[in-house]
Design a protein around this ligand. Structure first.
Ligand code: PRT
Ligand code: ZN
Length: 346
């Protein structure tokens, strides 16, 4: 089978790594500055040579995994409508100059480093791990914005029977992880000497199978650790999904990027904000304003037929808890309504 055919066949599985490598090699060999010129995707029947400097921004998202749905959802909330087909590598937005590459999260940094894509969404942990392992290659990738989903932490955990007093207890021990770069940096910083066993998955079983004394892995609920008889000990990194970019955009792409950025900012702001409406006695207006969370200047309007009451409307840029509503009520507010905000632009 020819190389091209193999790639097409395995597009949904293996292509991303191969492509990034091929591009990097070609660039090094030819000295080309534009990796789009050696684009193996040009045989992709789904595309009309999407990478030929066509004035469309390229974004890399995780194809299938914990970040996929939220990443695509974020673009959709930003008004970008994608032709959805899960087994495609490439989606074109039809109302915005944006192409979306759906790839494995581990490959996203390479896509940006080779300028196949200019922006991407991935876990901070994944970016920092690549930068820890290959500092020079990924130095130019920049974290632009935390996106508030995919929250987790990279932690060291050990069997409950392990007498863990501090990270020093790991001296001379073996630790299994998929995050060798970050773990090595952490241990170096703490002056701890330990052996590291790299595992691609199922890290949590390593102590039970005597492959390692402890592990270093991502944790969100902590249930996986508990069900494997492990106890979380040290948190190396708090992580969440982030928007990243390379520094390779011409002015045309930069303009598209800034528009997307502004829309994503607006979406995140709206997601975190609530519109609150209530009626307040004029006498306790100041007290009520003081209770309204994260709201600078509420709108106050007269209430028809009520000399003693006013209507108060405010955008609260943080969550409105039941306890806050109860406090507003204690201060004389009634008819309190809290509604989500769909879109918001200054
Ligand atoms: O196929 P591809 O390579 O794209 O996906 P992947 O399997 O490598 O990644 P995926 O989808 O599992 O995770 C993508 C990103 O989601 C990670 O890089 C993190 O940024 C984020 N994330 C958030 C997590 C978790 N929470 C998480 N809990 N990634 C992995 N886990 C795993 C963890 O490794 C452990 O096995 O979930 C287990 C622990 O979960 P709890 O809830 O039991 O603590
Ligand atoms: Zn991965």
């Amino acid at each position: 089978m020819t190389k091209t055919k193999t790639m097409t066949k395995n597009m949904t599985k293996n292509m991303t790594k191969t492509m990034a490598k091929t591009m990097a090699k070609n660039m090094a060999r030819t000295g080309a500055t534009n990796p789009l010129a050696t684009n193996p995707l040009s045989t992709n029947p789904l595309s009309t040579n999407p990478m030929s400097g066509d004035g469309r921004l390229k974004i890399a998202l995780q194809k299938s995994g914990r970040l996929s749905e939220m990443s695509v959802g974020l673009l959709e909330k930003a008004g970008i409508s994608l032709t959805k087909s899960r087994d495609q590598l490439l989606c074109r937005a039809h109302n915005f100059p944006l192409d979306v590459f759906l790839v494995r999260d581990d490959d996203i940094p390479a896509f940006l480093a080779t300028n196949v894509c200019q922006v991407g969404i991935l876990g901070q942990n994944a970016l920092l791990e690549k930068q820890a392992l290959f500092a020079e290659k990924y130095a130019a990738l920049e974290e632009v914005m935390a996106l508030g989903f995919g929250r987790c932490r990279l932690s060291i955990a050990a069997p409950t029977s392990f007498e863990y007093r501090s990270v020093d207890s790991l001296n001379g021990k073996t630790i299994a992880t998929s995050y060798r770069g970050l773990l090595e940096a952490y241990l170096r910083d703490k002056g701890v000497e330990a052996d590291i066993v790299t595992m691609e998955g199922a890290v949590e079983v390593a102590p039970r199978t005597h492959l390692a004394d402890a592990i270093c892995d991502l944790v969100s609920t902590g249930n996986t650790l508990i069900s494997n008889g492990l106890q979380e000990q040290d948190v190396i990194l708090q992580s969440q999904a982030v928007l990243i970019k390379n520094n390779n955009m011409d002015s045309e792409l930069q303009e598209i990027y800034e528009k997307i950025l502004s829309r994503i900012r607006a979406v995140l702001r709206a997601d975190n904000s609530r519109y609150i409406m209530l009626n307040s006695p004029i006498d306790s207006l100041d007290a009520i304003k003081a209770v309204l969370p994260g709201s600078a200047s509420p709108t106050v309007m007269p209430l028809q037929g009520r000399e003693d009451m006013v209507a108060v409307h405010a955008v609260c840029e943080e969550e409105v808890f039941w306890t806050t509503m109860e406090e507003l009520q204690r201060n004389g507010a009634n008819s309190i309504l809290v509604v989500p905000i769909e879109k918001m632009l200054d």
